[in-house]
Design a protein. Sequence first.
Length: 85
Amino acid sequence: MKFYVDVNDYDDYWSKIRVNKLTAIYLNYWAIRFYKNGMRHNIKKAAVYYSDGFECFYLNGIYYGDQTKFTNHSWRRLVKMEVFK
């Protein structure tokens, strides 16, 4: 897993992660994003954390909801149910 920090507007790490299908953590001024194989993905907690505290839950690039719909515990339970489908 690689960690990318976007410190200026010239670094284009976001598209590099998507195009090359990397597993990485990407940080810029307003968000932290977790990627697996180029898609937003995190099975334990939210895949996107914004600087204002907003969290978004993704699994294999599919958006499932935000912090108003899930807690960390309910998210892990959903991930387990998705695995055994």
